[in-house]
Design a protein around this ligand. Structure first.
Ligand code: NAP
Length: 260
């Protein structure tokens, strides 16, 4: 099998953690990025032991300006070629805009938007030169409409979807596949971090990380879709929203987001 190297941000838990297992299981080398170095080091040991691959750890706080550049330079200094980039790290925040902490939202924009854009640029440019590569950006079903009570998070994911679709178009002629993965509510550490445990959204029909990542993995191999929405229910919802008035959709999202 053709061994590739996959750089995964947010590899320490949830969707990123499962992506790391999935790629390693298929014999690909991994570069694991997150803040929790201890978790990444034990994951690297586990993956190397089980699957005969190389797992490299980079501790980075993507909310800090310059983190993406540091990752890029670190990888270059080690002589590692990144064939697949999974821009997965991200987080949300629940609450009314006048009450949520600005500092957390600025960090969110830095992680969900700025770092994702920088990493896509650094590694994408090299992929274009080689005329080979894949980038999967983790957006969300939140990308398809505004999200009262999580306004900044929804807006960051709309950016991720828009950027991914545009880059998919630009880089198709260079042989690079860019995709946006748009999961609905998924059982991970995300709802705790976003203070969403009581939200109606997370009280009904969440998917497992295995279901989400397995679907994404299959679609990455198929190379047909730019926007990947795991789960029939999520696909139907995302599709139906397009035909409804935007104001009505926004009101519905608010109802779904409210705490029980
Ligand atoms: N779970 C859902 O319902 C859901 C639905 C749609 C989309 N998503 C998206 O899926 C992606 C993964 O989230 P998840 O559900 O797997 O949540 P999770 O279990 O909370 O994982 C988030 C990951 O991002 C990393 N991360 C967060 N802030 C970071 C920072 N400042 N610097 C570096 N890494 C950081 C975390 O690592 P450290 O804490 O170790 O840094 C962790 O590995 C996110 O982009 C999220 O928006 C999730």
């Amino acid at each position: 099998m053709n061994k590739k190297t996959v750089l995964i941000t947010g590899a320490s838990s949830g969707i990123g953690l499962h992506f790391s297992h999935k790629f390693a299981q298929d014999g690909h080398h991994v570069v694991l990025v997150a803040r929790s170095e201890d978790k990444l080091l034990s994951l690297a040991t586990e993956l190397e032991g089980k699957y005969n691959i190389k797992a490299h750890v980079i501790k980075a706080d993507l909310a800090e300006a310059g983190a993406s550049r540091m990752i890029y330079e670190h990888v270059a200094a080690k002589g590692i070629q990144v064939d697949i980039l999974i821009n997965n790290a991200g987080f949300g925040l629940f609450g009314e805009f006048e009450q949520t902490e600005l500092e957390k939202e600025v960090d969110m924009i830095q992680v969900n938007i700025t770092a994702l854009t920088e990493l896509s640029k650094y590694f994408g440019k090299e992929m274009v030169k080689r005329k080979n590569g894949q980038i999967l950006n983790v957006a969300s079903t939140a990308a398809f409409q505004p999200g009262p009570l999580m306004s900044v998070y929804y807006a960051t994911k709309a950016y991720v979807l828009s950027l991914s679709e545009a880059l998919a178009n630009e880089w198709k002629e260079h042989g690079i596949q860019v995709m946006a993965l748009c999961p609905g509510a998924t059982k991970t550490g995300f709802s705790d971090a976003a203070e969403l445990q009581q939200s109606k959204l997370f009280q009904s029909g969440v998917m497992t990380v295995e279901e989400v990542v397995d679907e994404a993995y299959k679609q990455m191999a198929d190379q047909k879709k730019v926007v990947i929405i795991p789960g029939v229910k999520n696909r139907l919802l995302a599709g139906s929203i397009r035909f409804m008035p935007r104001k009505m959709v926004t009101n519905i999202v608010r109802k779904v987001q409210e705490r029980i």
